[in-house]
Design a protein. Structure first.
Length: 666
């Protein structure tokens, strides 16, 4: 073994040892998070997800050109790792290479490496130019360290590609035996031609310089990685594997009756889960979450990316404090402020509408909303801190099971003059029409409820309502953070549903739909839940409704909890098309990219004191389509969009899908 081989071997061992030491350190930090979380079920489904989200870069292609750039760099990095490994092997012994793989296989691999080295070089130049010359808005918000970090990583990758080609080109020019031959290395061979014009001593000097530069960049990359946001190269794969397989609209259910638990919600490092910290490690700070956040877009203090990087910074800082014997070493301490206030402000947490746009946009499947709700839970349950406007709604939920605090006796007032039976009167009904708080008490949404009853009657659907026995499902209380109140409400309603042996439910509210469908199974109520737009669409398909096209000019607004959370996009549009005789218009941001109305996450009951109102941002976009009617499929959206239209003074109607279909009945 030559002296250079010994030096390389020593450096390689040192670099891997250094990386291993810091990897173990980061793992120990992750272990500080004590909140239990099981993510080892359905291994085959988890593995399949790696093919879609890691190997396929699925979510990155929502932004085509940057997505293609990342795809090339990713696969170049994967394939060229083999080429780099071969360079290291040859460094130990020039007679060694991977030719034992066989001619066609080895040649094909070599050709692919040669091509990808060039493509990745071009992709890196594009990425560098984009970052330095015309960065998108989502990258402009990065701090100086993150901006420099991104450039450093791209330069390292660029250097790896260039030195790989130059090393192979010099080897060809020298006639070294490594490589599959010039036919399989067209770009390296093209470089070898001008090199061959140099003197032999010059080429013999160029070759080891290029070889050592490649080795140095590889080892430098390995040493730098644990301190870089590009640690996601290592952590993204396990992060995707350990993703949430349950419905995305389901929040975790903490055990509030566990007497061994001293604190609820997330504030100290011990009250987070290991996945929360892994999410922090996996965040690339690409800003895709921030670019789609309605709070960020309207000048609120929330930046979803910062929520995640705050957890990462907090976890690492707490581990250092624990190692130094400072307060909070291993247990929450009264004098330790935790993450809320010291890293993440309360204003950031309360600005969130839980619309899920950040989660949908994230290429490595980070779960932002759950973390925000967990931190809200701590504020509400442990500190009784929440926006003053929310107090009235929470009090109403607690005393009368509705946010307005109106008596249960008024829950059926909307049905005056209609022949609507309750489950108490008709317990064998095929469907329960779960009206919800807005549909029962809000004057505007009562009209939607009556329209839906008209449709159900026209289709001769066997249904009943709970009437005065109906209770709020607890969705808003849960997302505000009052988990104790939410669980008591959910248990109470689940008991009522089970007492009547309800199996099939129709509801006009996506928030009720999501909660009853995705969260109530944990409370013992296993239901087949239909959003009213889905159910109406099915009735139309089955020919149970006779419609005459009204010709109404409608633009449809996707509800976050119906669309992103439950992938219901086509049925509302189909119902509108059947009722109006024309496909609805589309805004700029639609379907999974739809912009929130601003009411989710309990924001329905809170005022906006900072920046532009979210509903105005959305309404302006919808008005820009020129449609005369805005179609909605959610009582919260109905309220927020209607308020926005009034504030803009626009001569546009806002109607629910049920109203549009009811008007078309013949």
């Amino acid at each position: 073994m030559t002296a250079s081989s010994v030096v390389m071997a020593v450096l390689l061992v040192a670099a891997f040892t250094f990386f291993g030491y810091h990897a173990r350190r980061l793992y120990r930090v992750m272990r500080l998070a004590k909140q239990p979380l099981a993510r080892t079920d359905q291994p085959l489904r988890r593995l399949a997800g790696l093919g879609v989200f890691v190997l396929g870069n699925k979510k990155l292609f929502k932004d085509p050109l940057p997505g293609l750039m990342h795809f090339i760099i990713f696969w170049g990095f994967v394939v060229l790792t083999v080429g780099t490994l071969e360079i290291f092997v040859i460094g130990l012994n020039r007679e060694w290479n991977f030719a034992w793989l066989g001619g066609p296989l080895y040649g094909g691999l070599t050709w692919g490496q040669d091509l990808l080295a060039v493509l990745v070089t071009v992709a890196c130049l594009y990425a560098l130019g984009r970052r330095l010359l015309f960065p998108p808005l989502r990258l402009q918000g990065l701090d100086r360290h993150s901006r420099i970090d991104g450039v450093v990583i791209l330069l390292l990758i660029f250097g790896l590609m260039v030195t790989l080609i130059t090393t192979r080109g010099a080897a060809i020019a020298l006639g070294h035996p490594e490589g599959a031959g010039t036919a399989w290395q067209p770009f390296s061979a093209a470089l070898a031609a001008p090199l061959a014009g140099l003197s032999r001593p010059a080429i013999e000097l160029f070759y080891p310089v290029s070889w050592w530069m490649h080795v140095a960049i590889v080892l430098g990359f390995l040493v730098y990685l644990p301190f870089s946001k590009h640690l996601h190269i290592v952590t993204a794969t396990p992060n995707v594997y350990f993703r949430q397989l349950e419905p995305v609209g389901r929040l975790t259910r903490p055990n509030l009756e566990d007497e061994s638990v001293e604190t609820f919600g997330a504030n100290q490092i011990e009250s987070f889960t290991w996945r929360d910290v892994l999410d922090g490690y996996s965040c690339t700070e690409c800003g895709r979450c921030t670019s789609v956040c309605p709070a960020t877009a309207t000048g609120k203090p929330l930046d979803p990316r910062k929520i995640i990087t705050d957890i990462r910074a907090f976890a690492i800082d707490r581990s250092k404090a624990i190692a130094a014997g400072q307060p909070g070493n291993g247990r929450p301490a009264a004098e330790d402020p935790g993450i809320i206030g010291a890293y993440t402000s309360e204003e950031e947490l309360w600005a969130c509408t839980t619309c899920g746009a950040c989660v949908e946009a994230c290429p490595v499947l980070i779960e932002h909303v759950q973390k925000i709700v967990d931190e809200r839970r701590h504020l509400v349950l442990m500190q009784s801190r929440f926006p003053k406007e929310a107090a009235g709604a929470l009090r109403g939920f607690e005393t009368q099971s509705n946010p307005w605090g109106l008596p249960p006796e008024q829950r059926l007032d909307w049905a005056e003059g209609l022949k609507v039976r309750t489950l108490a009167e008709h317990p064998e009904a095929e469907y329960l029409y779960f009206v919800g708080c807005a549909g029962s008490y809000d004057d505007r949404n009562k009209r939607v409820t009556r329209a839906m009853v008209k449709i159900l009657d026209a289709a001769e659907v066997d249904f009943a309502v709970l009437g005065r026995e109906e209770r709020c499902n607890g969705e808003c209380a849960r997302r505000i953070g009052n988990e104790y109140l939410a669980q008591s409400m959910m248990a109470e309603l689940a008991e009522i549903l089970n007492r009547y042996r309800v199996k099939r439910v129709i509801t006009a509210c996506p928030h009720c739909f999501n909660t009853l469908k995705n969260e109530y199974p944990e409370f013992g109520a296993h239901l087949e839940v239909h959003h009213h737009s889905q159910f109406i669409g099915r009735l139309i398909e089955e020919g149970r409704l006779k419609l005459g096209a009204t010709g109404a000019d409608v633009v449809y607004h996707d509800s976050c909890y119906l669309g992103r959370y439950n992938q219901v996009y086509d049925q509302p549009r189909n119902a509108i098309a059947a009722a109006t005789g024309r496909a609805p218009r589309e805004g700029i941001r639609i379907r999974e990219k739809s912009f929130c109305c601003g009411a989710g996450g309990g924001r329905m009951w809170m005022e906006e004191h900072t920046g532009k109102k979210v509903n105005l941002e959305r309404v302006e976009e919808l008005l820009g389509t020129g449609a005369k009617t805005i179609g909605a499929a959610c009582p919260f959206c109905m309220t927020m969009v209607s308020d926005g239209v009034k504030e803009k003074g626009a001569a546009v109607e806002v109607k629910d899908v049920a109203e549009l279909v009811a008007e078309a009945l013949v």
